[in-house]
Design a binder for this molecule. Structure first.
Ligand SMILES: C[S@@+](CC[C@H](N)C(=O)[O-])C[C@H]1O[C@@H](n2cnc3c(N)ncnc32)[C@H](O)[C@@H]1O
Length: 311
């Protein structure tokens, strides 16, 4: 038996994204935070008392078509991850914790589990940085009106969920160099994408954006794969991926553009080609005529820097 457990334990499934969701549930002080932490402690820290507690909850819930799967998940640190996937864990958590953002991720994971990088995208640092951005923007934007938001290098654009919830956004365009991110982001933001393209991903290198009279032209595809031309006049530029690209995108922005940007000092990540050593360096690298906010955030692994202002 103990040998069997050892063999199974070798099959690991990394669930770092549980730390990111921890940040989120703690931040909103979710009424079922304790339940969530019990799940995290069982699934990451191998806390057998929490496993027992969660198993008892399933007994009280009564047998359902999910019961067997939920037991596999609850005891996976001990029995192995043979039948456990990100999708299944998300499904289990959303049966235990009632939350709209979680439900969105859970549903979305059924579409993109094999393509999306859950651990990096919902890491503690990523979620903390996004919460920080929303908090600071809430202080700056009194009337909550954003208009047309263009997110440079927005990855899967899951932050759009919070931006749509907190601000009045007419259009949200995610300009992404990675083609795979287009459908993944569109699917995550389906309430805004499906009906009206209030959210839409665009496959494009942000350094190729050329402004004429504060507007630029971009091309994307509809569900029938027809190419659609868009004339985009941004009111707000967001770039949470500055460390991944040089400053061409910023230099090409029209003077007077309202920009929120984040970068970091995580030099050792090989995808990061343009980190900064501190907030002063960030301010110097992306010069603004007016700075509304600048600051730094410790994410444990690295420090993130944010500047919000007018170019
Ligand atoms: C891996 S993510 C990191 C995200 C960042 N820390 C955040 O919070 O959004 C970086 C994203 O920037 C995108 N990217 C990098 N260079 C780009 C460029 N020149 N144009 C558009 N997207 C770019 C990548 O495709 C990737 O999806």
């Amino acid at each position: 038996m103990s040998q069997q457990i050892e063999e199974n334990s070798v099959k690991q499934l990394t669930l770092h994204w549980l730390y990111g969701l921890d940040e989120y549930f703690t931040h909103i002080n979710h009424p079922q935070l304790e339940k969530y932490l019990a799940i995290k402690n069982a699934l990451i820290h191998e806390n057998i008392w929490k496993m027992q507690e969660l198993a008892m909850s399933e007994v009280y819930r009564g047998p359902t078509e999910n019961t067997e799967e939920f037991f596999h998940i609850i005891f996976s640190r001990l029995t192995g991850y043979e039948n456990v996937t990100h999708r299944k864990v998300l499904n289990y958590i959303s049966h235990c914790v009632d939350d709209d953002f979680l439900r969105r991720i859970s549903y979305w994971s059924s579409l993109c589990e094999k393509k999306a990088n859950f651990n990096d995208h919902f890491s503690r640092g990523q979620i903390k940085s996004k919460i920080w951005l929303i908090e600071e923007l809430n202080k700056i934007l009194d009337n909550k009106n954003i208009g047309t938001l263009v997110h440079y290098g927005g990855w899967y654009a899951t932050i759009a969920y919070f931006l749509f919830n907190n601000f009045n956004i007419d259009q949200y365009y995610n300009i992404e160099a990675d083609e795979e991110c287009i459908w993944i982001g569109d699917e995550f933001n389906y309430p805004q994408y499906n009906a009206s393209w209030k959210y839409k991903g665009i496959h494009m290198d942000v350094n190729e954006i050329k402004y004429t009279n504060n507007s630029f032209t971009a091309y994307t595809q509809n569900k029938q794969s027809e190419v659609i031309e868009l004339d985009i006049k941004p009111n707000f530029i967001l770039n949470t991926s500055c460390e991944h690209m040089d400053e061409t995108w910023y230099n090409n922005l029209p003077e007077g553009s309202i920009v929120a940007l984040q970068t970091n000092n995580y030099f050792s990540n090989e995808q990061h080609i343009n980190c900064v050593g501190g907030i002063e360096e960030a301010i110097a690298k992306y010069p603004m005529s007016e700075v509304y906010y600048s600051g730094e955030l410790d994410t444990q692994l690295y420090t993130r820097f944010m500047v919000i202002g007018k170019k």
